[in-house]
Design a protein around this ligand. Structure first.
Ligand SMILES: *Cc1c(COP(=O)(O)O)cnc(C)c1O
Length: 365
């Protein structure tokens, strides 16, 4: 068996030991004589699994008691609708657009109510630049009556990450799409009203969506489809209907792996080291590799970069696959190359990639 270095943006690599445990327990979970996939979500075995997953997630992120944790379905994309449905209550909301995902969230909310674009960093005059920077959060002009301020703290496609959330406004509940960097470092949950994340980037298998929401924001809504109603999900422990049991089980194993690795502070150190290696390889390449994002907001998780020509980029992707790497082709909307360095990617994988990049540039630059 050969496992290759998987730089996919999502679904993405999972820790090898988590896959091994999953494999070892697949036919017979804890001596029960059945897979955890095959038992009732309301039975005591799965109840044990989801309770442990929630407890471990709460411990990892130090989630305060007045926040609820929900294990939902429909991806981060369904939250683009669930958030305005639950939180607007006849008001407007402010949206910060810093990349493709926050733009989608803004557009989707607009189908429900006329929410407001607080700022967009898309450079209209230089469309080739796309999204490469963050706005000045202390200079935003916000609607004082907004129900919330929505933003995406790590733009998976454009590679723009908010590193300093202490500068975010504090006078309005902040709703954050953290799909592609939740659990990559500690986060002060109390700065946020609601955090959501599709699991398949940095948490576990696809199918599961995490929502962490401050209790006082809930229960004020008129008519929301029950499956999308946060308060109804809270009242039913995320089990209004059958939850995505297997994904929750695997995510729970990832939480245990994170605790064994040393928690999120340790994870943050490793992720910093990995990102530093990759950005150094780009910046020290005499312009052969280029990442357009401004230095203060380069993502530690997703690094898009370009080579001098699309032909060389196609050649790079082909050669990388032959050399034992996977998932380096850029998102179809922006092209180029993208390397995603989620928690499950070890430092050695990034060292291997950087070695490959240096060798590829030699003689072509
Ligand atoms: C992948 C991604 C999404 C969409 O997630 P789905 O689970 O496919 O709906 C939304 N936001 C961000 C930041 C993402 O990375």
């Amino acid at each position: 068996m050969t496992r290759i270095w998987n730089f996919s943006a999502g679904p993405a690599a999972l820790p090898e030991s988590v896959l091994q445990t999953t494999q070892a327990e697949l036919l017979d979970w804890h001596g029960v004589g059945a897979s955890i996939m095959e038992v009732s979500h309301r039975g005591k075995y799965f109840q044990e699994v989801i309770a442990a997953a929630e407890a471990d997630l709460r411990e990892l992120l130090a989630i305060p008691a007045n926040y609820k944790v929900l294990f939902l379905q429909g991806g981060a994309t369904l939250q683009f609708s669930a958030i305005p449905l639950n939180l607007l209550c006849g008001r407007s909301a402010d949206y910060v657009v810093t990349g493709a995902w926050s733009k989608k969230a803004f557009q989707e909310a607009g189908r429900i109510a006329p929410v407001r674009l607080a700022v967009s960093t898309e450079s209209a005059d230089q469309p080739a630049d796309g999204f490469i920077r963050l706005p000045r959060f202390d200079a935003l002009s916000l609607d004082p009556a907004a129900a919330y301020l929505h933003l995406c703290t790590n733009e998976t496609i454009h590679g723009v990450e908010i590193h300093d959330d202490a500068s975010l406004p504090q006078n309005v509940p902040i709703v954050a799409d953290m799909s592609s960097h939740l659990l990559s470092r500690p986060v002060d949950i109390r700065r946020y009203g609601l955090i959501y994340a599709g699991a398949q980037k940095n948490v576990g298998p696809s199918g599961l969506t995490l929502v962490i929401v401050r209790q006082d924001l809930l229960g004020k809504t008129a008519v929301v489809p029950r499956l999308l109603d946060y308060q109804a999900q809270v009242d039913n422990d995320s089990m209004l209907n059958t939850p995505t049991t297997f994904s929750i089980y695997v995510a729970g194993l990832v939480f245990q792996w994170l605790k064994k690795t040393g928690g999120l502070a340790r994870m943050a150190e490793i992720n910093r080291e990995k990102a530093a290696l990759l950005y150094a390889a780009i910046d020290d390449s005499n312009g052969f590799y280029k990442n357009p994002v401004e230095a203060n907001c380069r993502s530690r998780m997703n690094t898009p970069f370009n080579l001098p020509t699309p032909t060389l980029e196609a050649e790079f992707v082909r050669a990388s696959e032959t050399a034992g790497f996977m998932g380096l082709k850029g998102h179809k909307s922006v092209g180029g190359i993208r390397a995603s360095l989620y928690n499950a990617m070890p430092v050695e994988g990034v060292e291997a990639l950087v070695g490959f990049m240096r060798a590829f540039a030699t003689g072509r630059g």
